[in-house]
Design a protein around this ligand. Structure first.
Ligand SMILES: Cc1cc2nc3c(=O)[nH]c(=O)nc-3n(C[C@H](O)[C@H](O)[C@H](O)COP(=O)(O)OP(=O)(O)OC[C@H]3O[C@@H](n4cnc5c(N)ncnc54)[C@H](O)[C@@H]3O)c2cc1C
Length: 299
């Protein structure tokens, strides 16, 4: 039986693996996609203490190699459920059942979608949730950013440097993001604010050719001829599979304190998937360490 199973190989999960192994426990990491989590496609991380600049890929690879180099096992399998059998837990994937003493849920969060018809179909064909990852595909073109927080403002600023024109669409007339960043965008000639508006339709077969924008005050719609739509309306967790095992908050995040303990003995949580204020690499890494040490101490 494995001592500790970690669900998710993002920063939180991989850090938990390092701490679990170093505490003398056997560790298995189960990851639905590739290791690294959300950060893996980011071209440049500038706020991780001690690393002035590093790409998301290099950062994630170093973390993965550190964890597996120490002896953590890694398997590319999505966890479908976790069964609580008291002192042991059974982790179910499509192909296997794994028994262990403790589980750390480090499932992160994913980008929120607009919920429009054909949105999924057009991802990678004009729709993106990551400007720094995909912006270069739209060099010299006209694009739109949808959102009102810091991510949307950063995306618009980034795209304004490489695109012909950027529409910034927001559902209100005030932004949640930093006022200074809003002012900088107002000064850019190729950025047009489309406020009190929402994206109500997608135009184009095979590739995005435009969007329909609805004015929320008048109800009028108009078409914007964009080849790219960058959706930056926040993130949501993916914890429904564990809703009978741990308590979720109304937004679906796992409820736990700063100690990373869920209300269920032997089940811990770490990183962006839990209810918390700051979702960053540093806080995910901190959670990973805290959760793993708590899990190991309780075995
Ligand atoms: C574009 C972008 C840029 C960012 N830039 C920065 C930055 O510069 N600095 C910074 O500090 N933060 C940045 N962040 C935030 C940072 O990436 C996150 O805070 C951090 O990745 C959270 O780590 P995590 O391990 O909690 O979750 P994640 O990185 O989301 O990893 C969770 C992992 O769990 C896996 N998973 C989910 N469900 C299951 C399941 N059922 N079974 C198995 N595996 C599962 C997922 O596939 C994923 O790999 C950025 C985020 C984005 C999206």
């Amino acid at each position: 039986m494995t001592d500790l199973i970690i669900v998710g190989a993002g920063t939180a999960g991989l850090t938990a693996a390092i701490y679990g192994i170093r505490a003398g426990k056997s560790v298995l990491i189960l990851e639905a996609k590739t290791y690294g989590g959300q950060i893996v496609n980011t071209p440049d991380i500038e706020n991780y203490p001690g690393l002035a600049h590093i790409s998301g890929f290099d950062y994630a690879t170093a973390l993965y190699e550190q964890a597996t180099g120490l002896g953590a096992k890694f398997r590319n399998e999505r966890v479908l459920s976790v069964e609580d059998k008291g002192k042991t837990k059974v982790v179910h994937t499509r192909r296997h059942e794994y028994e262990c003493k403790a589980v750390i849920l480090a499932t992160g969060a994913k980008n929120r979608q607009l919920g429009l018809d054909r949105e999924e179909e057009l991802v990678g064909k004009g729709i993106s949730y990551c400007a720094t990852c995909d912006g270069s595909f739209f060099k010299g073109q006209t694009v739109a950013v949808n959102g009102g927080g810091n991510t949307a403002l950063e995306d618009a600023a980034y795209l304004a440097e490489i695109c012909k024109k950027v529409y910034l669409i927001h559902s209100r007339d005030q932004f949640r993001g930093d006022a200074a960043d809003v002012e900088k965008l107002r000064e850019k000639e190729n950025v047009e604010f489309v406020l009190n508006a929402s994206v109500s339709g997608l135009i184009g077969e095979g590739h995005l050719a435009g969007i329909v924008v609805k004015d929320k005050l008048t109800g009028n719609t108009r078409e914007l001829p964009v080849s790219g739509l960058f959706v930056a309306i926040g993130q949501e967790p993916d914890n429904q599979a564990f809703s009978s095992l741990v308590r979720l908050d109304p937004s679906g995040y796992i409820q736990a304190g700063e100690d990373c303990l869920t209300g269920t003995p032997g089940i811990y949580t770490a990183g962006d998937c839990r209810t918390k204020k700051v979702r960053q690499l540093t806080t995910a890494a901190a959670d990973g360490a805290v959760a793993a040490l708590a899990a190991c101490a309780d075995m």
